[in-house]
Ligand binder design. Structure first.
Ligand code: MIC
Ligand code: SF4
Length: 642
C-alpha cells in the first residue's frame, strides 16, 4: 500500500462518491461554508429556493466585506437580507467592519483536516492552515449548506518543495509570484498544489495563507500546507489549540508532479499590468513613477504584514506624489495595531486608513487617477478592475509597497538597509463580538428583502434545437472582470441581474449588451482559460439572462465552467482549435438534436449555417453533469431529484 499525500488523506476522509484518480469526478462532504456579500445574496436566494430550514454543515459563516461603500440604499439592503437570512437558517454572521472573509476565517474558524467551500475564488486561503478549501459558485455553496456533497474533478496533486530560507526583504508574496512567473495563470488548472520541504520551517500560517490565496491566480483547484508546529503556534495564539491536529504527507507519499523552489535565490518581484503572471524582478522593472500604493486585501492584510509596513513607515513621510491607502484585514488586526501604537505610525506617516474590507481590491473606492500607476499588495491586476480603465496596476509584497510609498517610485526594499523582524504574537487579541451567532428561535426571524433584491433567472430544460448568432469572438484569458465587471457603481447590483445585464462584456465591447438583446441571445466564442478569476456566478447568470445558450472556447477556467453548467449554459470546447479561426462574428450556428447529442457522447456537431460547414466540439461531462445540462441547470436538477 502506497503512502498518501495530505490532499489524498483529507479527500479520502470526506469522499462521498468516486475514486481519487486524477481526472475522475468525485464528490466530497463539506464541513464548513463561507459566503461574502457580493456573491452571498445570490447563494442565499438559491438556498431559500431549496426549502431547507437549517444548514447541515458543521459551520457556515456569512461575511460582509465587499459591498461596504454605501453610496445608496442597495448595499445596506443586501446586508440586512444576509443578516436575517443567516439568523434564520443557522449561519454565523460576520458584521461589516469585522474584516475580509478569508482573513477572518483563517483567524477564527479554519481547521486543519476539514473541508471548506466558499462562494469566493480566494477561499483556498484556508489551505494555509491545512484545510481543503475550495472556491465555487454560490449555487454550489447553497447545495453544500443544504447538506449535499460538492462535486469536482479529482485534480492532479503537485508537490511544491520549498527549500532553504528567504533572503531579508523577500517574502511569501514573492514565492507565489515566482510560481506565477513559472506556470502562468493557466498553469494550475486541474491541480492542487501541496507544499513541503525544509523551507516551511520559516513560514508562519499567515505567510502560508498568502501563498495559498494566490494559488487561485494559477487557476488551481486549491493549495494546501501541512499542519505542523507552526500551525499549532498560530492556533494557540488564536486560543484554538484544541482544534489543531497534525497533518503531514507519508514519507513514501506519491505526487503527480513536483516543483522545487530554492527560496534563497528569490528576489523581490512584481506582477506587471494587466495579469498576475507578468512577473519580473523589481530591479528589472526599474524605478517607474508611482501615484498610488494600496496595502491590504485577503492576500496581504494580516497583523504580521501590517506590522512590517508600520515599521518601514515609522517616523517617515509618504512621498508627496503618492496616495497610500491601507485596509487592515480584520477587526483583530485593527485592534492590535491600535493597541500597540503601530496604527499611529501608519497614520503619522500619512497613510489613509480604510475600514477592514476588500475596498480598492474590487474597485470599491480609491480608483486611481487617469493613466496612474498603482502598486498593490493584492492578488489581481486585471484590466479595469481598479475602476480606472487607463490605470496600470502592479502587484507586490507589503515590503515593496511600503518602500515604494516612501520613495514615490517602484523600489526594491533591499535598499532600505537593515532588515525588519516581526514576531508572531504569542496571543492575538480575541473578541468575537462582531460575529453574530444564528437565532435560537428561527421562527421569530423575518427575512428582510429590500427593493434591490430581484429574482434571479432560471433556465428551462435544454431544447431539441439550439441555435443562434455568434455575438462576440474573444482572445485567451478573458477574466470574469471582463464578462461581468465589478466596481463601485456595479457591485451594489449583485442582487439585480436585469440591471447588471447592461454592462456584460462591456470592457471588451460596450455595444455587446444591446447587440445580445436585439439578437435574442446566441453564442460566444473564446480562446483559452475563458472566465478566469472570480467565482461570481453573475458572469453566467447575466449571459443566461441575455439569452446566451453556449460558449465555445479553447478551454475554460474551472469555477466559471461549473457556473455555466449550474446555469444550464453549454460550455463547449473546440475539438480542433483551427475551427476557432474559421468562425466570424455574426455567423449563425445550430446544434441539431441537442438533447440526444448531449446524452449520447462527448462530441457534439455544430453547423455553421452561414458558412455551410460542420465542426465538432467537446462536452466532456460526467453523466450527472449531463443531466444537469439537460434539466437547464443545477437548481432544476436538484429540485427534480430531491
Ligand atoms: C474577486 O476577488 O474578484 C471577488 C470579488 O472576491 C470575487 C467574488 C465576486 O466577484 O464577488 C471572487 O474572487 O470570487
Ligand atoms: Fe476581497 Fe479582493 Fe480578496 Fe476578492 S481578492 S475576496 S475582492 S480582498
Amino acid at each position: 500500500m502506497l503512502g498518501k499525500n495530505i490532499v489524498q488523506k483529507i479527500i479520502e476522509k470526506h469522499l462521498v462518491s468516486g475514486n481519487m484518480n486524477a481526472g475522475e469526478e468525485i464528490s466530497i462532504k463539506i464541513d464548513q461554508t463561507l459566503t461574502q456579500d457580493s456573491t452571498g445574496t445570490m447563494a442565499y436566494l438559491q438556498f431559500e429556493a431549496m426549502d431547507i430550514p437549517r444548514v447541515k454543515t458543521k459551520r457556515s459563516v456569512a461575511y460582509i466585506d465587499h459591498n461596504t461603500l454605501q453610496a445608496g440604499f442597495e448595499n445596506a439592503d443586501d446586508h440586512k437580507y444576509i443578516q436575517t437570512v443567516a439568523a434564520k437558517h443557522g449561519i454565523y454572521f460576520s458584521r461589516p467592519g469585522n474584516g475580509i472573509c478569508h482573513q477572518v476565517h483563517l483567524e477564527r474558524f479554519g481547521r486543519p483536516g476539514w473541508t471548506l467551500l466558499g462562494s469566493d475564488s480566494h477561499t483556498p486561503t484556508g489551505g494555509g492552515i491545512g484545510m481543503i478549501a475550495i472556491g465555487a459558485g454560490g449555487l454550489d455553496v447553497a447545495v453544500a449548506m443544504a447538506g449535499g456533497p460538492y462535486y469536482l474533478t479529482m485534480p492532479k496533486v503537485c508537490n511544491v518543495v520549498l527549500k532553504g530560507k528567504l533572503q531579508p526583504w523577500v517574502s511569501a508574496k514573492d514565492i507565489i509570484l515566482e510560481l506565477l512567473r513559472r506556470l502562468t495563470v493557466k498553469g494550475g488548472v486541474g491541480r492542487i498544489f501541496e507544499y513541503s520541504g525544509d523551507g516551511l520551517e520559516h513560514l508562519t500560517v499567515p505567510e502560508r495563507a498568502t501563498i495559498t490565496n494566490m494559488g487561485a491566480e494559477l487557476g488551481a483547484t486549491t493549495s494546501i500546507f501541512p499542519s505542523d508546529h507552526k500551525t499549532y503556534e498560530f492556533m494557540k495564539a488564536q486560543g484554538r489549540e484544541d482544534e489543531w491536529i497534525e497533518l503531514k504527507a507519508d514519507a513514501d507519499a506519491e505526487y503527480d508532479e513536483e516543483i522545487v523552489i530554492d527560496l534563497a535565490t528569490l528576489e523581490p518581484l512584481v506582477a506587471q499590468p494587466h495579469s498576475p503572471d507578468r512577473v519580473d524582478t523589481v530591479e528589472n522593472v526599474g524605478p517607474i513613477k508611482v501615484d498610488q500604493v494600496c496595502i491590504g486585501s485577503c492576500t496581504n492584510s494580516s497583523y504580521m504584514d501590517l506590522m512590517k509596513v508600520a515599521q518601514i513607515l515609522k517616523g517617515k513621510t509618504v512621498h508627496p506624489d503618492v496616495s497610500l491607502v491601507i485596509s487592515p484585514g480584520s477587526k483583530q488586526v485593527n485592534t492590535m495595531l491600535a493597541q500597540n501604537g503601530a496604527l499611529a505610525d501608519l497614520i503619522d506617516a500619512g497613510a489613509r486608513i480604510l475600514e477592514s474590507a476588500c475596498g480598492p481590491c474590487i474597485g470599491m473606492g480609491q480608483a486611481p487617477a487617469t493613466d496612474a500607476v498603482s502598486v498593490r499588495t493584492f492578488n489581481r491586476n486585471f484590466y479595469g478592475r481598479s475602476g480606472t480603465m487607463s490605470a496600470n496596476v502592479y502587484l507586490s509584497s507589503p515590503e515593496v509597497a511600503a518602500a515604494t510609498a516612501l520613495e514615490g517610485v517602484l523600489t526594491d526594499p533591499r535598499s532600505l538597509g537593515e532588515p525588519i523582524e516581526v514576531e508572531m504574537p504569542k496571543a492575538f487579541v480575541i473578541n468575537d463580538n462582531s460575529i453574530i451567532p444564528p437565532a435560537e428561535n428561527p421562527s421569530e426571524i423575518e427575512v428582510v428583502r429590500g427593493p434591490n433584491i430581484k429574482p434571479f433567472p432560471i433556465n428551462s430544460e435544454l431544447a431539441e434545437k439550439v441555435g443562434g448568432q455568434v455575438l462576440m469572438i474573444m482572445e485567451d484569458n478573458i477574466t470574469t472582470d471582463h464578462i461581468m465587471p465589478s466596481n463601485a457603481k456595479l457591485l451594489p447590483y449583485r442582487s439585480n441581474i436585469p440591471h447588471l445585464s447592461n454592462f456584460c462584456l462591456a470592457p471588451i465591447d460596450p455595444s455587446f449588451p444591446e447587440r445580445a438583446k436585439n439578437a435574442g441571445g446566441g453564442f460566444l466564442v473564446a480562446g483559452h482559460n475563458y472566465g478566469q478569476g472570480s467565482s461570481r456566478e453573475h458572469a453566467a447568470l447575466v449571459p443566461l439572462y441575455l439569452g446566451i445558450k453556449g460558449v465555445i472556447a479553447k478551454s475554460f477556467a474551472r469555477i466559471h465552467e461549473s457556473n455555466f453548467i449550474n446555469s444550464g449554459i453549454l460550455p463547449l470546447v473546440f475539438e480542433d482549435e483551427a475551427d476557432y479561426d474559421r468562425i466570424e462574428q455574426g455567423d449563425e450556428l445550430e446544434i441539431q438534436n441537442a438533447r440526444e447529442q448531449v446524452s449520447s457522447g462527448d462530441i457534439l456537431v455544430i453547423t455553421n449555417t452561414t458558412k455551410g460547414y460542420n465542426f465538432n466540439v467537446r462536452l466532456g461531462l460526467s453523466s450527472r453533469l449531463k443531466e444537469v445540462i439537460l434539466e437547464g441547470g443545477l437548481l432544476n436538477y436538484t429540485k427534480k431529484n430531491a
